[in-house]
Design a binder for this molecule. Structure first.
Ligand SMILES: [Zn+2]
Ligand SMILES: [Zn+2]
Length: 244
């Protein structure tokens, strides 16, 4: 760290006394961004073994007994998303970071979150031709001023393609059970012109949180209907179903 940076840090600390967006302690190095180093370091990956498809943690015995380990949900239902991964579970610091990015407009968090997605996503980006942010409905985007999924997609070092439009404003998903979320999402997305030209491609859907997977599934079904060969999903966080 340069001397100038240290002086600046000291000055900003005294004048503005900014606190970490996650733990709310005073920031020691405010020029380094709105989340403290300790918080970044405390974001843990999901504990393997993971379901090969959706990335949910599995009970340890399953990984040993089955070569391609799958969770009960993925074994039951055919899914449009071929593989999904996230930095970690949607709680604690990671949840606070996502909230700060999304609801407090702390867009400067996006590059660091994306870097973690690249790092923890393993081979999710290998051989993919583009990143596709999950779109917001235009009215919500106008209200928020930006789409957090776009911000995250922009730093994954893949071409970003706006392949989907959100054509139907969906009631807020919060509090809805999984089955209703899936129904709620039906017909919510349509391909854009660039979305129709991804035939035979491998693509990576990008979003901030995967809750039940309903949104990602709806996006993936539209893409597959238009010839996309493989749809992967990389999110910052994931609501984890406890292993059974
Ligand atoms: Zn902190
Ligand atoms: Zn699974």
């Amino acid at each position: 760290m340069t001397a100038m940076r240290l002086v600046l840090d000291a000055l900003v600390s005294v004048v503005l006394a900014p606190s970490c967006a996650a733990c709310h302690e005073l920031l020691e190095h405010p020029t380094g961004g709105p989340v403290c180093g300790r918080c970044w370091r405390s974001i843990l990956p999901l504990t393997p073994p993971l379901c090969d498809r959706c990335g949910d943690p599995l009970p340890a015995w399953r990984a040993i007994s089955v070569p391609l380990a799958r969770c009960p949900r993925c074994r039951r239902a055919r899914r449009f998303v071929d593989r999904a991964r996230a930095i970690g579970a949607y709680d604690g610091v990671l949840r606070a970071v996502v909230h700060a990015l999304k609801y407090e407009g702390r867009r400067s968090l996006a590059p660091r979150v994306s870097a973690l997605m690249r790092q923890r996503g393993g081979d999710m980006l290998d051989g993919a031709s583009c990143a596709i942010p999950v779109p917001l409905h235009p009215s919500r985007r106008r209200h928020r001023g930006f789409n957090q999924a776009e911000d995250l997609a922009r730093h994954l070092r893949l071409p970003v393609v706006a392949a989907l439009d959100r054509v139907r404003a969906t009631a807020t998903q919060t509090g809805l059970p999984a089955a209703q979320r899936h129904r709620n999402m039906r017909d919510a997305f349509a391909p854009t012109r660039s979305g129709r030209s991804l035939e035979d491609c491998v693509v990576v859907l990008v979003d901030d949180v995967c809750t039940t997977g309903a949104t990602l599934e709806a996006c993936a079904s539209v893409l597959k209907a238009h010839g996309v060969r493989e749809v992967r999903a990389l999110t910052a966080a994931r609501v984890v179903t406890p292993p059974r």
